[in-house]
Design a protein. Structure first.
Length: 135
């Protein structure tokens, strides 16, 4: 994602990676990595993701633990239309400061968490590591 900022001339853009939060002992993002480098299955990744979010933000939406395919199946399997819920796919990129700002101020706020729990099945995926971009 490229953005224009007030500090950049009209012909230049700033990539969100330019706002990378460095790994320092004082950084709130250092205690955990959303997805492990190696994992046996998607459920393990999502459980790790949830634990990381809980540590960072003290709260987070309820994440569906399983594959995206299973999340979609659960979303639309109910015979009662009122019980069906859309799947919200949350794509996380840990190297962008905008991810931290979004999560801290919006995604992990109580009102959003409550709304998502009642109305959506939330399936997260982390694309920070190159290997997770092709899943």
């Amino acid at each position: 994602m490229s953005i224009k900022t007030p500090d950049t001339p009209d012909n230049n853009t700033v990539d969100d990676e330019d706002y990378f939060i460095p790994s320092t002992p004082s950084s709130p993002l250092t205690p955990c990595t959303p997805f492990p480098k190696e994992y046996p299955n998607e459920a393990t990744c999502i459980e790790s993701f949830h634990k990381c979010f809980e540590r960072r933000y003290n709260a987070c939406p309820v994440f569906y633990v399983g594959s995206l395919q299973k999340a979609c199946k659960q979303a639309f399997d109910s015979e009662l239309i009122k019980e069906r819920r859309p799947v919200l796919v949350y794509i996380h990129y840990d190297k962008s400061i905008f991810s931290n700002i979004f999560c801290q101020n919006i995604f992990c706020s109580t009102i959003i968490i409550d709304y998502l729990r009642e109305n959506y099945i939330v399936w997260p995926w982390d694309v920070t590591l190159e290997s997770n971009k092709n899943v």
